[in-house]
Design a protein around this ligand. Structure first.
Ligand SMILES: Cc1cc2nc3c(=O)[nH]c(=O)nc-3n(C[C@H](O)[C@H](O)[C@H](O)COP(=O)(O)OP(=O)(O)OC[C@H]3O[C@@H](n4cnc5c(N)ncnc54)[C@H](O)[C@@H]3O)c2cc1C
Length: 455
């Protein structure tokens, strides 16, 4: 029986990070069933036609060049006492330490009609291929359920390919987990102007059809119809199903452990800040884990690659003898809607108000000196706790990318930086890359909060 110092169940970003960090200093086995790991974030852009399908596939060399063994197989059982796993093809494999990095699966809500042909979620290579095939075969109409970043990116991609695209969400506005309405308002208008048919405050209650989805029923009595013309490319060719894609959240892949002593809760495997589970020599990282907010310490969702990778990095470094701890989720995220880049981190104002007495401040400048060509606007909403003056959230919208700015606010939140420290923040300026030296977006927003607090 093969034995590895570290055996990882999973082949996503968490597993790959373990292999890349350990670099052969311990023996590492990575078990995953898929032919290829995916660059999930890029999937919508393959549908849009900006890159070929193949570019969304990660090369196996990422794992093998890191001197880890790649085992294409599926784990069917874990024997925690014997320290072995059973797999579909390779039989039993033994471990010194086990890392569970089984990820999460998109939720397909339990509504009537969910098994109809044409109803799906969006995560795997097969999902991507299926949608690309339907679009290439002349799909006329699609419904995307869920106006978070994944739903929006998918809806835009379909719209760009001339598919009549309906985006449905129960919320009052798009991206509610990322930003507040004021920041997203103009972006939402631009999404509608681009042709995406937005149905807000709308819950999908049922899907109807004989074998293929023909109608999407909404709670407010609206019905989105597909007809045969929506499904086929040319008269006489095979009828393809309509397309309804659910992007309404993720559930952890933990069924494998249902009858074991491994402690799991609603959002995944329970781990401590060293990513250790309740079972000796068993750890977990990434989307399959439940973890806490880095701000309040309470359990929050954070199923992002930018959480999975740092979790795995902490774990792998500890395997190599370091003593690192994982600080929790801050959930910095970003997306692009038409010509707008939008991003948020920490808590939105709505969420922050449930935990703190908050004050918000705004600043708006240009992304370069206003006298320079190709200059566009950038707006920041900063959210702080009135009592401690610590930053608890930040949101940006701009005509230029915002992730570096989102990350700066995350750093302020993560390291407990106060408004007083932010107004003294030392920044840089250059005509192509910033506003005039006379001011800085973050300083200005922090000053505006301090003025409100002291008045
Ligand atoms: C369309 C899309 C866009 C996204 N965009 C972003 C983004 O822009 N930014 C961002 O930060 N995050 C994004 N995410 C989320 C991000 O992809 C996930 O958070 C990340 O992949 C989690 O990594 P992971 O390693 O924990 O799990 P996963 O990537 O889900 O990998 C889990 C692995 O475990 C394997 N596995 C499961 N069960 C078994 C078993 N029994 N035996 C063997 N192997 C098993 C799976 O096959 C898979 O290989 C996006 C996700 C999607 C779907």
């Amino acid at each position: 029986m093969n034995k590895y110092d570290i055996l990882v169940i999973g082949g996503g970003p968490a597993a790959i990070t373990i292999a890349k960090t350990i670099q052969g200093k311990l023996s590492v086995g990575i078990i995953r069933p898929e032919d290829h790991s995916m660059i999930y974030c890029a999937m919508p852009y393959a549908i849009e036609g900006l890159l070929p399908f193949e570019k969304t596939l990660k090369k196996d060399a990422i794992v093998t060049e890191a001197k880890a063994s790649l085992i294409r197989d599926k784990v069917t059982k874990v024997n925690f006492h014997a320290k072995t796993v059973e797999t579909e093809k390779s039989g039993e494999i033994a471990y010194g330490k086990l890392v569970i990095a089984t990820g999460a699966t998109p939720v397909l809500p339990p509504i009537p009609g969910r098994d109809l042909n044409g109803v799906m979620t969006f995560k795997t290579a097969n999902d991507l291929q299926r949608i690309m095939e339907q679009v290439d075969n002349g799909l006329k109409k699609a419904v995307v359920v869920g106006a978070g970043a994944i739903g929006i990116e998918l809806a835009q991609a379909l719209n760009e390919r001339n598919v009549e695209t309906h985006l449905v969400d129960m919320g009052d506005y798009i991206l509610p987990n990322m930003v507040d309405y004021g920041i997203v308002e103009r972006t939402q208008e631009s999404l509608i102007k681009s042709g995406v048919k937005l149905h807000l405050k709308s819950k999908v209650t049922a899907l109807q059809g004989e074998t293929v989805v023909e109608e999407v029923l909404l709670e407010n009595m609206q019905i989105i119809h597909f007809d045969q013309m929506d499904h086929c490319s040319e008269a006489g060719t095979a009828i393809l199903p309509g397309l309804v894609v659910f992007a309404v959240g993720m559930k952890p892949n933990i069924e494998l452990f249902a009858d074991t002593d491994l402690k799991t809760e609603r959002d995944g495997i329970v781990v401590d800040n060293k990513l250790a589970t309740n079972i000796d020599s068993v750890y977990a990282a990434g989307d399959c884990c439940q973890f806490t907010s880095g701000i309040t310490g309470e359990v929050i969702s954070g199923k992002l690659a930018t959480n999975a990778v740092p979790m795995a990095r902490v774990l792998a470094n500890n395997f190599l003898g370091k003593d690192r701890t994982y600080p929790g989720f801050f959930n910095g995220t970003a997306t692009r809607i038409g010509d707008f880049y939008i991003g948020g981190t920490g808590f939105s104002e709505t969420t922050a108000r449930k935990h703190f007495d908050v004050e918000v401040g705004y600043a708006e400048f240009t992304t370069a000196f206003p006298i320079m060509p190709d200059t566009t606007k950038i707006r920041l909403k900063l959210i702080a706790d009135k009592n401690t003056h610590k930053i608890v959230g930040g949101q940006f919208v701009s005509g230029k990318p915002v992730t570096d700015k989102v990350d700066k606010i995350t750093m302020a939140i993560q390291y407990g930086i106060t408004l007083e420290q932010l107004v003294n923040f030392s920044y840089s300026a250059q005509p192509y890359q910033s506003f005039y030296p006379a001011h800085n977006l973050i300083v200005k927003a922090a000053e505006s909060i301090l003025r409100k607090i002291s008045s």
